[in-house]
Design a protein. Structure first.
Lengths: 109, 109
């Protein structure tokens, strides 16, 4: 389980992969394997949440890291790169580094 | 605060806006106002979390709804549309509807 809050001052990575619907499941399986076996062992990793688009054309990873430095260190670690190369072969992707500005709850709780 | 879990069976909307850095703050302010005054009053709204990219070029909204139908009803409600038109004038955006496939925690908790 992941919590989103503006008070935690974490780095948020939002990575949206665009994929052929016939390959969405393969990409999902690859990202699960990469995160389980490699990414979640890295220093400074807080959480990751993997999403599949209902129309089959996208996969999105919402991840939290303690700092930009911790995330960059994982990216520079060669054990993660085979997975990244496989993901590049399956999908286009757009990666962004974010901070949480605000969170909103229902008006009538 | 927002919680991400695959067990809740919510609809997740991930909306990534691409914006000129000089207009990022204006877009953030518009989305805060739209969510506070309109979106969070809608039936089926669960949560929204607004993010600003560190490089200034993007804004991302991560939102949870009870169902696709509830989300579509909000989009079809005319009170939300002026904000959407203003957002379109400020930024390009790409909207996706997702379900959570898996969440990951650190290997060494």
């Amino acid at each position: 389980m992941t919590t989103i809050s503006k008070d935690t001052k974490l780095l948020t990575l939002i990575n949206v992969f665009t994929v052929e619907p016939a390959k969405q499941q393969e990409l999902v399986a690859l990202l699960i394997h990469a995160t389980q076996s490699s990414v979640r062992h890295a220093k400074g990793f807080i959480s990751a949440s993997l999403h599949r688009s209902l129309d089959g054309t996208r996969v999105a990873m919402y991840a939290q890291w303690r700092s930009v430095e911790d995330y960059q260190a994982m990216r520079n670690n060669p054990t993660a790169s085979p997975y990244m190369q496989q993901a590049v072969a399956l999908a286009q992707f757009e990666l962004g580094m974010y901070e949480v500005v605000e969170t909103f709850s229902p008006a009538a709780a």
